[in-house]
Design a protein around this ligand. Structure first.
Ligand SMILES: Nc1nc2c(c(=O)[nH]1)N[C@H]1C(S)=C(S)[C@@H](COP(=O)(O)O)O[C@H]1N2
Ligand SMILES: [Mo]
Length: 253
């Protein structure tokens, strides 16, 4: 696990205790140490349901450690205009010729869950909110990273407008292409998390998620849903397209 943020001592203690108790439980139940589990994760034995379940437990534990270490005020690095990667890569679970063409004129962002105001939003409504511009690095688990420039509504501003419950655990997203994902509330409220409407000074093109994507520079690329059609605030774990196939849910970058 890479730790991009300096751990806060107060939470580190809790993390150590949690690690020890998890290790003890795994050892008693499966006769496995965490070290053995880590080795097993790379090989076929991982198909065995017990090991798979143990690894899932470890991934969920990893979520909790990452959440504990996440510093809501620590900013992801930003870059200069000259450092932007051109052309910026396209990626999705399908090829570029299958990119969804969302109609901006009829588009409505649906809002539901633990919020005061469930009315839906047009692109113009979103553009009328304060906008923020940033140049940050996008890191994909497939092994590439690229620097890009996105602008849009700071997500904490949007969450306050809809009266989202700050104590809720998750914000979930459903996309126009059936992709879905979810993030923790602390990351949702992070100052650099934005509902991006523009890429490099112009309207987001379809391939980058028209009419709106979530840009989260503190998380891996797959936690940046494009073409968001609906979002909801909830305490029930919403999972995600890649998350439900075994990718670690928190996935900080
Ligand atoms: N709706 C939707 N969002 C998505 C994906 C997708 O397939 N569909 N792929 C994710 C992954 S794995 C990556 S790396 C980024 C790619 O974004 P880009 O095309 O702007 O580079 O989008 C993320 N968001
Ligand atoms: Mo990705």
């Amino acid at each position: 696990m890479r730790l991009p943020f300096r751990p806060r001592p107060a939470s580190l203690k809790g993390v150590e205790l949690e690690l020890r108790s998890l290790e003890r439980r795994l050892f008693l139940k499966q006769g496995l140490s965490l070290g053995a589990l880590t080795l097993l994760s790379g090989c076929k034995v991982a198909d065995d349901t017990h090991v798979t379940r143990a690894l899932e437990t470890m991934s969920r534990w990893n979520d909790r450690v990452q959440a504990a270490l996440f510093d809501p005020n620590r900013l992801a690095p930003t870059y200069t205009e000259a450092e932007i990667t051109r052309p910026f890569p396209f990626n999705a679970y399908y090829d570029e010729d299958e990119v969804r063409n969302v109609d901006g004129a009829t588009y409505r962002l649906e809002v539901s869950g633990l919020v005061d105001d469930r009315r839906s939003w047009t692109v113009a409504d979103l553009r009328a909110l304060p906008q923020e511009d940033q140049i940050t690095r996008h890191i994909c688990v497939e092994g590439w990273s690229a620097i890009g420039r996105w602008s849009g509504v700071p997500f904490h501003v949007f969450l306050d407008r809809i009266g989202a419950d700050r104590r809720a655990r998750y914000v979930g997203f459903k996309c126009a292409d059936d992709y879905y994902s979810s993030i923790d509330m602390a990351t949702a409220r992070h100052p650099q998390t934005i509902l991006a409407l523009d890429y490099d000074g112009a309207e987001l093109p379809p391939k980058y998620g028209y009419p709106m994507k979530l840009r989260v520079p503190t998380k891996l690329g797959f936690k940046n849903p494009k073409h968001i059609a609906a979002l909801f605030v909830t305490n029930d774990y919403p999972g995600g397209y890649w998350e439900d196939q075994g990718y670690n849910w928190f996935s900080g970058s």
